[in-house]
Design a protein around this ligand. Sequence first.
Ligand code: ADP
Length: 251
Amino acid sequence: MSTAPEAVVSFDSVSKVYGTGAGTVCALDEVSVVVPRGGFTAVMGPSGSGKSTFMNIAAGLDDPSSGEVLVAGQAMHLLDDRARTLIRRERVGFVFQSFNLVPTLDVRENVLLPFELAGRRLATEEAERIDHLLDVLGLAERLAHRPAELSGGQQQRVAIARALAPRPAVVLADEPTGNLDTRSSREVLGLLRAAAREYGQTIVMVSHDPVAASYADRVLVLADGRLAGDHEAMSPQQIADLLIGFEEGVA
Ligand code: ADP
């Protein structure tokens, strides 16, 4: 047995090339990175640097042109669509900029949707854990509300509860604060950080916002599809300076 920390997401020389001939774009260029269990990792980079491509490949929504991708111990690039769908449903939680809640379901029903889709009944211990999660996320008083009756910050907290409830191997968060005001953004980021620190939840978040990335304990920087930086926690100012360097092409 290896003593290295368990890799929850691992990219080994992953490249993604779009188009052919003169129109070829290398969206990811030989990216190798390991995300171990329990960390909160931010993926930063200027627009067009490959962040969405990175997320789509990690989520098994897109195939790499070359290289190997492991998610929750599974070689995603070798699996068929059905097997990937199962991993996405059972091992990966998603948090999107646009919340993606089901408008006709109330808060509790939205949070329990992953169990519903998997055809799984909740064990008592699980139901108690989810009640606790809803409480910690400040949603206990809102369980019967529909998304339209909630603020943006509350809706994103529901989406976080839904992502965390099945205890996925990894939560992939795509610009989770993109639609939120400053106060709600801080709340949401604090909750993601707490999920990683206190519950050992692995989180990978794409964001172009230095304040958001400063909540992470690791900051990966993409530039022109290459992994151009791999840093421990940094302040918003340090991250902003780093990004300006890449945008100006001097770093
Ligand atoms: P980011 O999320 O950092 O803005 P993307 O991953 O969306 O970056 O894009 C990286 C590069 O790949 C960009 O040059 C983009 O234009 C290109 N790209 C992304 N998706 C496609 C696609 N489906 N077809 C062609 N080019 C694409």
